[in-house]
Design a protein around this ligand. Sequence first.
Ligand SMILES: *Cc1c(COP(=O)(O)O)cnc(C)c1O
Length: 219
Amino acid sequence: MIVANIQKINQEIGSHTRLIAVSKTKPVEALLEAYQGGQRIFGENKVQELVSKELALPKDIEWHLIGHLQSNKVKYIAPFIAMIHSVDSFKLLEVINKEGEKNNRIIPCLLQVFIATEETKFGLNQEELIELIENFQSSPCKHVQICGLMGMASNVASESQIRTEFKSLKSLFDKMKASYFANDNSFKEISMGMSSDYKIACEEGATLIRVGSTIFGGR
Ligand SMILES: *Cc1c(COP(=O)(O)O)cnc(C)c1O
């Protein structure tokens, strides 16, 4: 069933969007089933769980951290993490840079933006986002690559509200691209859309969607 769910989503989203299978709380066996069906990108929201799954599973998996990250935990994932979606401060970016340097890696990161209108979620507002990017550009972190933006829509039934929120992330991405990353081909990712709203997210320009329960079942 897991593999069929992944195939169905991949057919719906087309080739310009990549699917991150969000496997938090699910046992290693469930991830292995997805892996054997061809899935290679997995997302987890807790460092400890991500690290133990990375140890247990094949090495060609691309691991994405999608949940809030504390500075003191960066060191555990720095050797292998494929992308950190949840950067919400310059201080955190500096720590990721330091750990990237220790591991002789450039760590791909997304800046998490607050786009929800109804709920409190982690993330930067527009001013904070600009401040972070300007900090980054004035004191470059050579071991960090800012690859784009991540956001979560409100958990509401209104499709038009969700669409408006995704549009705001896309428009913010376009602005940042034009102002700060025009010559940087790595700044290209928009991570938005979960089980309940990934189709809308794709229509609004998502390049990465993060889908859990639709693949693995409820938590
Ligand atoms: C859990 C989680 C998801 C996936 O949620 P589903 O509704 O199960 O698809 C996506 N993004 C983040 C940040 C999450 O924590």
